[in-house]
Design a protein around this ligand. Structure first.
Ligand code: PMP
Length: 286
């Protein structure tokens, strides 16, 4: 992720990643009490562009607010700092990780002081499987009555690690995680859609992280006249559908090969989902 020359931003200053440290006496390290984002920048004909910077930084501010973490950077400041960070590192196609941590404080009451870190590394999607074999996980999503599931909080991702690693140990590429009612929610780090007879279905909000890519997919569907429904459904309803995909900033739109060893039935290139995938990859580089 970084080398001797990598520059990061930490609390007011740009500095070398290798010289950055962390306070051992903090709520973020001990309790997962941090909020973060995952953003991507792309090289375009007009230079480097951060995709949906405003939406990501609005979500970061909202996540901090929901977690009672004091955080007063504006969306504009955050965006400007991110462009500066990319420039200092000479990055164009990159993944950007803003992180807000609380320290020094070991109590279980709200954070008193917060620190902003901005990290970035070069990124290409080359390493991802073209088509993922996924399994229904026995790990459920965090219960919305126990967590602010719509916030992107460090501690929530312990659940993601458990689900993702369990799927890998069982020979799959990823987990499909259900909500507390047994309906499909999302994967360890992406939202999910499936396609049946030309209509796309995606889990309604409630137990998911409402993804910015998910929203973009719905906008693309509107433009392309592809019907899309936000609704609750079980893995049984999704299994053996025409097509399925995961979507998120990191993964973009990645086709699913099978769910619990039951293949999706239509040739990917002939699906509406494939049209959405193509439109998305044009949009991010526009
Ligand atoms: N769900 C989870 C649990 C995630 O971690 C992510 C990645 N941020 C997503 C969905 C997709 O969100 P986005 O499209 O905003 O990246």
């Amino acid at each position: 992720y970084y080398n001797d020359n990598t520059v990061i931003y930490f609390n007011g200053n740009f500095r070398k990643a290798k010289e950055a440290g962390t306070d051992l006496y903090g709520q973020s390290l001990h309790y997962g009490y941090s909020v973060f984002e995952g953003i991507k920048s792309y090289s375009t004909d007009q230079g480097t562009k951060i995709f949906k910077a405003k939406e990501h930084y609005e979500r970061l501010k909202r996540s901090a607010e929901l977690m009672h973490i004091p955080f007063d950077y504006s969306v504009e400041q955050l965006t400007d700092l991110t462009y500066e960070l990319l420039e200092k590192n000479g990055f164009s196609d990159a993944y950007i990780r803003p992180l807000v941590t609380c320290s020094p404080n070991m109590s279980l009451s709200k954070g008193k002081e917060s620190y902003l870190s901005l990290l970035a590394w070069e990124w290409s999607n080359g390493y991802l499987a073209d088509k993922m074999k996924i399994m229904t996980s026995e790990f459920q999503r965090p219960n919305p009555k126990a967590f602010k599931v719509e916030a992107k909080v460090g501690g929530h991702y312990v659940n993601s690690i458990l689900a993702c690693q369990d799927a890998k140990d069982k020979g799959y590429d990823e987990a499909l995680v259900l909500d507390e009612n047994g309906n499909v929610a999302e994967s360890s780090g992406a939202n999910v859609f499936y396609e049946k007879d030309g209509t796309l279905f995606t889990p309604a909000k409630g137990s998911i992280l409402p993804g910015i890519t998910r929203q973009t997919v719905m906008e693309i569907c509107n433009e392309l006249n592809i019907p899309v429904k936000e609704t609750f459904f079980t893995p049984e309803e999704m299994r053996g559908a025409d097509a399925g995909f995961f979507c998120g900033t990191a993964a973009e739109i990645v086709a699913l090969d099978s769910l619990d060893d039951v293949p999706f039935t239509k040739n990917w290139e002939d699906t509406a989902s494939h049209k959405v995938q193509e439109a998305y990859s044009k949009l991010v580089r526009f």
